[in-house]
Design a protein around this ligand. Structure first.
Ligand SMILES: [Zn+2]
Length: 331
């Protein structure tokens, strides 16, 4: 279950003093009732409404950022601007557009707030808001980004206001994005959790597979686990990411590898005839050469190479055009 739905279900269960499983069942029934027309989050909101619960307290001045979930309308949020990403232009069949992302933070967490087209011009390009400013978004709405995280937008009825009240949190050059400090690769040191953004300059996809036993979890060296006569395929891919200050090897395990090359592990296993014919898969991997990626992970020393490497927790393509197009198409 998605984090947002879980949070909503917990809120409902707590308010009504009933079991969380009961709430989840209600949500699932509601979703079925609407026959695919609404999301699980939407279903949760309806369940809450029917139970007489206001998930957004209309009287309260603003939401804590940690409580923001996708599907919310009329969200009022006060946060400090921690980071402003450079506005990016994109082109679709409907013409040209512009998008700029802001990371807003309060004492409880951070959220992506995206500005579109005229909003970008008005607030970012004319420098009406800047890093360190505290802003208030009234009547915004919350959608989700391409990794299922809440993303706040102004929409038609939303308003952005600068406020005098100070939020007492540090923001600055070292901006945090979800707890991972954005760093230049040249500044990375073992033991840190960090976010980097750079270009994929090399990718190692020759032997991405390893086998584990689903039963005992042991790594399988031969055909299958000797004891349980089973195996499952997993995947690991490394890539070299360069941000202009330096480069680093980034290691993508399992889902991260799948995300990176956009191929599911079993699909890859089949595509390569069980690892024997790597041509098509390598080509697929090479498609991300030269692409920009954002990577969050933990830096550790690779003793074999004597260099730090980053073990990836999450990554996303940083290609502005693709990203924006995806968002526009989903509207
Ligand atoms: Zn086993």
């Amino acid at each position: 279950m998605k984090e947002d739905v879980k949070k909503l279900a917990e809120m409902i269960a707590e308010e009504k003093g009933i079991d969380i499983d009961e709430v989840v069942e209600k949500i699932e029934n509601k979703e079925k009732e609407y026959n695919g027309l609404i999301s699980k989050e939407g279903a949760a909101h309806i369940v809450a409404k029917e139970a007489g619960i206001e998930l957004i307290d209309e009287d309260s001045d603003s939401l804590d950022i940690e409580n923001i979930v996708s599907g919310m309308n009329k969200a009022t949020v006060v946060g400090k601007i921690e980071r402003i990403f450079e506005p990016r232009e994109f082109e679709t069949d409907n013409g040209k557009g512009k998008v700029a992302n802001i990371i807003l933070r309060d004492e409880t967490g951070s959220v992506r707030f995206s500005l579109w087209n005229e909003e970008v011009e008005k607030f970012i390009e004319e420098e009406r808001v800047g890093v360190g400013d505290t802003i208030r978004i009234e009547n915004g709405y919350v959608t989700e980004d391409n990794r299922d995280r809440p993303e706040l937008r102004l929409g038609r009825s939303g308003e952005l206001k600068e406020v005098d009240e100070e939020i007492d949190i540090e923001v600055g050059d070292d901006s945090y994005t979800g707890g991972f400090k954005r760093k230049n690769i040249s500044k990375l040191a073992p033991g840190q959790s960090a976010e980097i953004r750079g270009t994929v300059v090399n990718i190692f996809s020759k032997s991405p597979f390893f086998k584990k036993c689903p039963e005992c979890g042991e790594r399988v060296e031969g055909e299958e686990c000797e004891e349980h006569e089973e195996f499952e395929v997993n995947m690991v891919i490394s890539a070299v990411v360069d941000d202009g200050t330096d480069s680093i090897r980034a290691v993508f395990f399992g889902e991260q590898a799948e995300d990176l090359v956009d191929v599911e592990r079993n699909e890859a296993w089949e595509m390569t005839n069980e690892g024997k014919d790597m041509e098509e898969f390598s080509e697929k991997c090479n498609e991300i050469l030269g692409k920009e990626v954002r990577v969050k992970g933990r830096v550790k020393m690779n003793d074999f190479f004597g260099r730090p490497e980053i073990l990836v927790n999450s990554s996303e393509r940083a290609d502005a055009r693709e990203e924006a197009k995806e968002i526009l198409e989903s509207l």
